[in-house]
Design a binder for this molecule. Structure first.
Ligand SMILES: *[C@@H]1O[C@H](CO)[C@@H](O)[C@H](O)[C@H]1NC(C)=O
Ligand SMILES: *[C@@H]1O[C@H](CO)[C@@H](O)[C@H](O)[C@H]1NC(C)=O
Ligand SMILES: [Zn+2]
Length: 502
């Protein structure tokens, strides 16, 4: 046979390998588009790197998206060109926000994955876990989770995981719940009061008990909105001497601390099951956005000491604001449970500093300005939810100064413990082998959150933080080694990854 003919199959093989390689390569965004830094292997240097072993001066070596070494200043020998020296700026693990509503698909005009994750990156958040509601449809089945993942794919600037919904429709159907967990939700979320969203009905303790039994097998948590509707002492509008719906005090009266206390008291009748040897051992219950720092918190403390697998979060707005300062008609501050008085705020800080509150989350829950009724100012009719995603780091730092919050505490509250709750073993700490998810920021740098400040959330006018002066400026955010945000700019392509539990 002619040599030419013998070479032909080989040539065809080579050509197809080449074509395959080319197709694969072009379907992936190039590294250049995912990161504002041209390196795959590089060093981040700083005088203040927050590690689980304390704050060190030195460098973090990043290769292929992971942290591969951490060296102290005195051991620093490498003279790499691929070095970013941040001087005195703090290098911390990226924040992990376990409670955000990005409202996508279905209500992307409220926020959406692109703007929400851009805001997250600008705020030093490298992972967020999206709530199963306020999007449409709610994430309560494998089909609706698929829609969620499709909405997120190629549109996220940070890593995004998903909670699924525990609702009456699926709570007694272990097959449906297992399918949802197998499809990758990191855990479930349920409400003990109306959620405000029609396709996300509330659950009672029977539903919660069933949910925990299934979650136990997968060792994933149940997050619960703990408020139970009781008869309120509010006089309805129009009644003689009815309460003024524009007054914050009126709104506060509609959701007293006893709502939280009643819900937690009921919850604790099922969290017993999560104790070692209990029927739901392996499951975990997490109380979201605690506002009541008195009886509710006391009940949680007691249950923890009895061995229930239980944690609790609070949010920056409960730590920054108090009822006394909220002006009549300023519905930007409406959320549930409500922001309570100054003495409650002080107690929340105390609990946080003493470790009784385990972690922080944003509960970023935006909407369109129309539904906030900003001009009307009716607290009873306005959409409830605080818009905060981009600001949570400077807010907790600024308002925490008075209480002596430290960088190490911020790291525990915003990274280490959230990573644990969401089952993200490779995130939440600057440690060898972990994802290179980091925020670089200047705690001492002050700024006014005014019209000139670059804000990336979709509807900035509804944020309660606008107009505040804060300290703590984010300089850079790394997600899996990609520099996704730097001084007001994002990488050209969103290369965050959807996180699915396996
Ligand atoms: C339970 O859920 C599965 C999967 O969604 C569904 O096929 C089945 O009909 C449900 N069972 C009941 C009794 O509703
Ligand atoms: C919870 O609601 C279900 C109906 O969805 C009902 O069968 C059950 O008895 C209720 N449990 C409690 C404790 O109220
Ligand atoms: Zn929420």
């Amino acid at each position: 046979m002619d040599l030419q003919w013998r070479l032909l199959p080989l040539l065809m093989l080579l050509a197809s390998i080449f074509i395959l390689f080319f197709i694969q390569d072009s379907s992936k965004p190039s590294r250049k588009d995912c990161s504002l830094l041209p390196y795959n292997h590089f060093w981040i240097k700083s005088k203040r790197i927050v590690t689980p072993q304390g704050i060190i001066s030195g460098a973090v070596e990043v290769n292929g998206g992971n942290i591969v070494s951490i060296v102290k200043e005195e051991d620093w020998k490498a003279k790499s060109k691929e070095l970013v020296d941040y001087g005195e700026a703090v290098v911390m693990p990226g924040l992990i926000d376990v409670h955000a509503h990005l409202d996508d698909p279905g209500r992307a005009e409220w926020e959406g994955f692109p703007s929400g994750t851009k805001a997250a990156a600008a705020g030093g958040i490298t992972t967020l876990i999206d709530m199963p509601l306020n999007s449409f449809p709610s994430t309560v089945s494998t089909e609706t989770l698929k829609l969620k993942i499709e909405a997120a794919e190629k549109k996220i600037y940070v890593d995004v995981g998903f909670w699924g919904g525990l609702v009456p429709e699926n709570a007694f159907n272990a097959t449906a719940l297992e399918a949802l967990l197998l499809a990758g939700v990191l855990g479930l979320k349920s409400f003990m009061c109306p959620s405000g969203i029609n396709d996300f009905p509330m659950t009672n303790t029977s539903h919660i008990k069933e949910g925990l039994a299934v979650l136990a097998k997968y060792r994933r948590p149940l997050l619960v909105h703990a408020e139970i509707q009781e008869k309120s002492e509010l006089l309805s509008e129009g009644e003689n001497g009815g309460d003024d719906p524009r007054s914050y005090a009126t709104y506060l009266k509609t959701r007293p601390p006893s709502w939280e206390e009643a819900a937690i008291r009921e919850l604790l009748t099922v969290t017993e099951d999560t104790r070692l040897g209990g029927p739901a051992e392996g499951a975990h219950l997490h109380v979201v956005h605690l506002s009541d720092a008195s009886s509710s918190l006391q009940l949680i403390k007691e249950a923890k000491s009895r061995g229930d697998s239980l944690t609790v979060e609070t949010c920056p707005h409960y730590l920054a604001f108090s009822a006394e300062e909220i002006q009549d008609g300023d519905t930007r501050f409406k959320c549930a449970p409500p922001i309570r008085d100054t003495s409650n705020k002080e107690k929340l800080w105390e609990a946080l500093m003493e470790g009784h509150i385990d972690l922080l989350s944003s509960d970023h829950s935006p909407t369109v300005p129309d539904l906030k009724l900003l001009s009307d100012g009716n607290f009873l009719r306005a959409w409830g939810g605080i818009s905060s995603l981009q600001f949570v780091l400077p807010v907790t730092w600024s308002y925490g100064q008075k209480y002596g919050v430290t960088l190490e505490q911020l790291t525990q509250l915003w990274s280490e413990r959230p990573a644990k709750l969401a089952g993200q073993d490779s995130k939440g700490a600057i440690a060898i082998g972990n994802h290179a998810d980091m925020v670089v920021w200047e705690p001492e740098a002050e700024f006014d959150l005014n019209a000139n400040y670059p804000v990336f959330i979709k509807n900035p006018s509804i944020s309660a933080y606008l107009g505040k002066r804060l300290s703590g400026k984010v300089l850079a955010t790394f997600v899996r080694g990609n520099l996704v945000f730097k001084e007001g700019n994002h990488a050209p392509t969103p290369c965050g990854a959807p996180i699915l539990a396996t």
